[in-house]
Design a protein around this ligand. Structure first.
Ligand code: ZN
Length: 91
């Protein structure tokens, strides 16, 4: 899934992955400036569509349980990773 997003987004340096408490995920490619490089994709393992809760609230931030960036190889240097992580995930 992440590989597919990266292939479709040549500018991307990584993919932001946001896991929600219902088991669905939000993902979006991120470029080297920390800007979105694809549209946000919502996804649920082994399911054709996201759950009803997400269809209602589009994956509210109040239900986020984990968020991280999966970096494309070769990974950006540490300072760049930190800058992008702060910009994208706010931490
Ligand atoms: Zn869901």
């Amino acid at each position: 899934m992440i590989e597919g997003i990266l292939e479709g987004s040549p500018d991307a340096v990584g993919v932001a992955v946001i896991r929600l408490d219902c088991g669905c995920r939000k993902m979006a490619a991120i470029n080297s400036q920390g800007e979105p490089a694809s549209k946000i994709i919502m996804y649920r393992d082994n399911a054709l569509s996201i759950c009803e809760l997400c269809q209602d609230d589009q994956g509210s931030f109040s239900r986020v349980i984990r968020q991280f960036i999966s970096w494309k190889k070769p990974e950006p240097d540490h300072a760049t990773q930190q800058m992008i992580t702060r910009k994208v995930l706010g931490s």
